[in-house]
Design a protein around this ligand. Structure first.
Ligand code: ASP
Length: 141
């Protein structure tokens, strides 16, 4: 209905893909791009993990959020911790804003963290008839 949409998919051969719709930010300045199409900011994927953001894109641009999440997985930090750190890194910035990060590794482990209470995401695998609504982990920072 509104906002940016993130999708992460894993096929049965272990291939990961990430998609992010174009920025859904309302009332944005003409010409503003946002984090959605910037690889490493709002979207990033490797052969080991994928990650995507919604929220205040400037935060993800300044911190290279999704690139760093995926990089941590490459350094053997699990997907939960890697994604959680993406939110904790917001403390480095003076700017306020909301960030919601979803991630998945090539084994299908998922993580979703946010600094805004009440955000959620959906999970589905081939054994499920319908997607399941899951609460994202809220970190008060
Ligand atoms: N991240 C998007 C942007 O800043 C907005 C959104 O997620 O809805 O452009």
């Amino acid at each position: 209905k509104h906002g940016t949409t993130n999708v992460i998919a894993l096929d049965d051969e272990g291939n990961l893909a990430v998609g992010v719709s174009t920025s859904g930010l309302a009332m944005k300045f003409p010409g503003r791009v946002g984090d959605s199409p910037i690889l490493g900011a709002g979207i990033y994927c490797s052969d080991k993990a994928g990650s995507a953001c919604t929220g205040t894109g400037e935060l993800a641009i300044r911190l290279s959020t999704t690139r760093l999440v995926v990089d941590r997985v490459h350094r053997d930090i699990d997907i939960d911790k890697s994604t959680e750190m993406g939110i904790l890194e917001l403390k480095q910035l003076k700017e306020e804003g909301v960030l919601h990060i979803i991630s998945m590794d090539k084994s299908g482990q998922c993580a979703a963290f946010t600094n805004k209470d009440g955000l959620y995401h959906y999970y589905a695998d081939s054994s499920m008839e319908d997607p399941e609504k899951r609460q994202s982990v809220f970190l008060k920072i």
